[in-house]
Write a protein that binds this ligand. Structure first.
Ligand code: AMP
Length: 368
């Protein structure tokens, strides 16, 4: 047994999968989450407390050797408070950059990473100015607390504007150019405490109602140049933040004919839903590599084991036995109670050819 306890802020499904990757490595894990019913509750020690309960955070830090997080809306101040007691990775400044869409887009641009054009909207006058600058259609997004498509609306007509602003709560927003992308991709990158880097192959992501439904990995038809371009964006971010751990970068693929084929949409300083395929589909999973990175251990190979698809189970779960009848289907259930729009589990397929994957995926989709 390695005498090492890792503390994780957030006890959702990502925490659960981190724990499942950590136990074979001999690690002890301990979680802090405001919900007593958090998905990690059955497999790890769970401290139930709000993320801004400083006394609870202090006690939590005392029981851990090293801290990380699986929830990107942990208050950056809480992460800083913890960093005065224990090493915390990824660094709290990654939370500053990712929690505010305006700061995030400025950060990308400061690194010469192209993004959709955007403008800050803090008042009704700003909104008019922003529309003149960006044009329509455009996407109006809250600066903070947006995820799974929440806190954003597409604006098509000038007349929709004020109404949309009111609906989003008259808070501070950004207006973004609407991108007619060919597809959405994500780059999962890892940087260890030693500076070692690893980049998974690009993943193709399909959303419905703003929620990720399906990931294909490696993304079909990605050229070596496109992979290298995505890696170059991720490398800049990792190095600028002196980042440690897994980082997910969401990208819009606007096509090889464009001068700039990839635009950065947003980043998540944590393991990511579009990397779940790596559990069975890569030599080393994103979860294991995140733990290796924060411990300063050698990173594992990111090589894919085949052609993979990951389907999220949203709102309801199918009968397990029916899924498991499909040879090679890997079922993951998170132990959450069903609710519309809630991610309850996922299924991964990993096949030896694209044709086989397509056939199995059709079989699975028909079943679901
Ligand atoms: P976000 O919360 O920024 O990741 O946005 C959620 C989803 O909305 C993205 O995955 C895209 O499908 C879509 N989206 C976000 N921003 C834009 C944009 N500027 N143009 C077109 N679609 C967008």
């Amino acid at each position: 047994m390695i005498d090492m306890t890792i503390g994780i802020l957030g006890g959702g499904q990502l925490g659960r999968m981190l724990a499942l990757a950590g136990y074979p490595l001999g690690l002890r894990l301990r979680f802090l989450d405001p919900a007593a019913e958090a998905p990690v509750k059955d497999l790890s020690e769970l401290n139930v407390a709000p993320y801004d309960d400083y006394e609870a955070l202090r006690r939590f830090a005392q029981d851990c050797d090293l801290i990380t997080y699986e929830f990107e809306n942990v208050p950056a101040e809480s992460a800083r408070f913890l960093s005065s007691m224990r090493a915390i990775y990824p660094p709290p400044k990654a939370l500053d950059a990712s929690q505010d869409r305006f700061a995030e887009k400025n950060f990308f641009q400061s690194l010469s990473i192209p993004t959709p054009r955007f403008a800050l909207v803090a008042s009704a006058e700003d909104l008019k100015r922003a529309i003149q600058q960006i044009g329509l259609p455009a996407v109006l997004k809250t600066r903070r607390m947006g995820y799974d498509g929440k806190g954003q609306t597409i604006v098509r007509e000038q007349s929709d504007l004020l109404q949309t602003w009111e609906a989003l709560g008259r808070t501070s927003l950004i207006l973004e150019e609407f991108i007619q992308f060919e597809r959405e991709l994500s780059m999962l990158a890892v940087r260890s405490r030693t500076g070692e880097l690893a980049f998974y192959p690009l993943v193709e992501n399909h959303h419905r109602d703003g929620i990720l439904r399906l990931s294909l990995a490696p993304a079909p038809g990605v050229s070596a140049q496109l992979q290298a371009l995505a890696e170059s964006y991720a490398r800049k971010i990792l190095e600028a933040l002196n980042y440690v751990g897994v980082l997910a970068l969401e990208l819009f693929d606007v096509g090889a004919l464009c001068a700039v084929p990839l635009l950065a949409n947003e980043m998540a300083p944590r393991v990511h839903n579009s990397g779940h395929w790596t559990i069975e589909g890569a030599v080393t999973s994103q979860f294991e590599n995140h733990l290796r990175a924060i411990l300063g251990w050698p990173l594992g190979s990111i090589e894919p084991r085949g052609y993979c698809a990951m389907l999220n189970l949203i709102g309801r779960v199918p009968n397990s036995e029916t899924v498991l009848k499909i040879p090679g289907a890997h079922l993951h259930l998170y132990g959450k109670s069903p609710r519309p729009g809630r991610k309850l589990g996922h299924i991964t397929l990993c096949e030896t050819s694209e044709e086989l994957l397509e056939a199995k995926l059709a079989q699975l989709q028909a079943l679901l």
